[in-house]
Design a protein around this ligand. Structure first.
Ligand SMILES: Cc1cc2nc3c(=O)[nH]c(=O)nc-3n(C[C@H](O)[C@H](O)[C@H](O)COP(=O)(O)OP(=O)(O)OC[C@H]3O[C@@H](n4cnc5c(N)ncnc54)[C@H](O)[C@@H]3O)c2cc1C
Length: 476
């Protein structure tokens, strides 16, 4: 094979996973394959960022990954850090939902808020009797007739009623996307709910059956539902860097500004690398940058790619608060709490990190992590850090009674960070990827902005796209 060059735009977990797969294949194919990763920021990892200081392991972005999706654990194993996996203490711990300003326990054994255990459903004060009766209609309603896609909100409201959706499901599910269920696509977010409906004729019945067969700590290879790594998820990025570094060109402060097709189906990439314009010849390109950037880079080549600019992104912030344990005036006896929209709070969710993940915090300290901002509730993000912090602390005091002063705080802003997969997202994306395959073979899209936001999904998508890019260059 003539020497070939694959360029990956973006050094987040998707781009690095793609690079890792290519590196493994490089060892088979030899020096004929060259790989370059171009990352705009001055560090790799994208949304994955851990701040380690004074014995604290503070996640500024994601704090855990789903163990049941194999790509995440597999990558951890391949990188030799299996012994660093930490199980969440969440199982057996309480999680709370704010209801009329007060903390109420999340009913035990739900499937993302869908009842999967009768006693806890009937006991919960989160729903009125009318709300419970309405939810039970799910047991008899026929499946929804759907052609194409529908919003997950419309789908769930029809089966389970507004109360269950607004009080329980929205804070749980919407939190993952920082989105609004009435806008998000069923097919692109939780298609498994549609399958439950089809298979069991009822979401509640289906959830109960699945719950009986659900993985426990022992059946899930001894892992909790969510896992992390002892020194934070950035370990993944560091291990990937160490493994790839000598063999793959990993450039940071390298912002891709233009892509042009050249002779013979190849491409020329222009990038601003630490203030200097450089060009790279590529036989294939994997673009993992967010959709707005991809639209700008790809639409001059394939006009259909302009549609990517319509994928909205929501901004969020993570606020970390550290306390001397001795000064805490409340017992953080749980994993944390979720805040439904109608409560009208600044905080959308809060993790009692030192309780859920004790390894992150020295024993005499406590760490609390609050989220701010979601679709339709982003006003507070316009506030300067100190005002945002005041609002967060006021919410914490009102909701939990926590009035102790944190001795340190950290506000981490994530602007336009969470892609929103709106209804018909998949169809729109399919027309862009088809147009790319037809008019610009060798140009691939991968990552959170297009397929799924969870870390294991991003890893799987990066790996799969790397194989597609390799197949492309082998066909040249
Ligand atoms: C606050 C927060 C909490 C989260 N919590 C969780 C969680 O607990 N569990 C979970 O599984 N997921 C979580 N997620 C989601 C998950 O972290 C992300 O979806 C995932 O890390 C995205 O990876 P990516 O590589 O696709 O994109 P990114 O990490 O966004 O990487 C894309 C990269 O492209 C670079 N780039 C952009 N433009 C250019 C350009 N022109 N040239 C070169 N490079 C460019 C960017 O700088 C960036 O580094 C969370 C996300 C956020 C923001």
């Amino acid at each position: 094979m003539k020497p070939r060059h694959i360029v990956i735009i973006g050094g987040g977990i998707t781009g690095l996973s793609a690079a890792h797969t290519l590196y493994q294949r490089m060892r088979e194919l030899g020096p004929e394959l060259q790989i370059t990763v171009l990352e705009r920021e001055n560090q790799l990892g994208g949304k994955i960022r851990t701040h380690r200081e004074g014995g604290f392991v503070m996640e500024e972005g994601p704090d855990s990954l789903l163990a049941r999706k194999p790509a995440g654990v597999r990558l951890i194993e391949q990188l030799g850090v299996t012994s660093e996996i930490v199980n969440s203490r969440e199982e057996g711990m309480k999680t709370y939902i704010v209801h009329n300003g007060r903390l109420q326990t999340l009913p035990a054994r739900t499937n993302m808020g869908i009842p999967a255990h009768w006693p806890s459903f009937f006991d919960t004060p989160l729903l009125s009797s009318a709300g419970k009766l309405r939810a039970l209609l799910d047991l008899v309603l026929p499946p929804m007739e759907i052609t194409g896609d529908v919003s997950i909100g419309a789908f769930l409201r029809r089966r389970l009623g507004d109360e269950l959706v607004d009080h329980l499901i929205e804070p749980l599910l919407g939190g993952i996307y920082a989105g609004r269920l009435d806008d998000l696509s069923l097919l692109s977010t939780y298609p498994q709910f549609r399958q439950l409906e089809q298979k069991y004729g009822s979401l509640i019945r289906g959830s109960m059956r699945q719950r009986q067969a659900a993985p426990t700590l022992t059946s899930n290879h001894g892992r909790s539902v969510f896992i992390t790594l002892k020194n934070g998820l950035q370990t993944l990025v560091e291990r990937l860097h160490d493994e790839l570094h000598p063999h793959i060109s990993l450039l940071t402060q390298a912002e891709v500004t233009r892509i042009e097709p050249t002779e013979g189906g190849a491409y020329r990439i222009a990038a601003n690398v630490a203030g200097e314009v450089r060009t790279f010849a590529a036989d294939a390109i994997i673009c993992t940058a967010p959709a707005q950037v991809a639209a700008t880079l790809l639409s001059p080549i394939v006009k259909e790619a302009q549609a990517l600019a319509d994928i909205p992104y929501v901004s969020t912030a993570v606020v970390l608060l550290g306390y001397q344990r001795a000064q805490l005036n409340v017992d953080l006896d749980g994993a944390g709490f979720l805040v439904p929209r109608k409560e009208g709070r600044t905080i959308t969710a809060c993790t009692w990190t030192s309780s859920k993940w004790p390894h992150t915090t020295p024993e005499d300290q406590a760490l609390v992590r609050c989220y701010v901002g979601r679709a339709g509730q982003q006003e507070a993000l316009a506030l300067p850090d100190d005002e945002l912090l005041q609002r967060v602390m006021r919410d914490l005091a009102d909701i939990t009674g926590l009035t102790a002063r944190p001795w340190f705080t950290r506000v981490v802003r994530w602007n336009a960070a969470m892609p929103q997969f709106l209804v018909h997202h998949q169809e729109k994306l399919a027309s862009v990827t088809e147009a790319l395959a037809t008019h610009a073979p060798g140009l691939f899209l991968a990552g959170a902005g297009y397929h799924a936001v969870g870390i294991p999904d991003c890893i799987a998508n990066g790996e799969k796209t790397a194989e597609a890019a390799l197949a492309h260059i082998q066909s040249l």
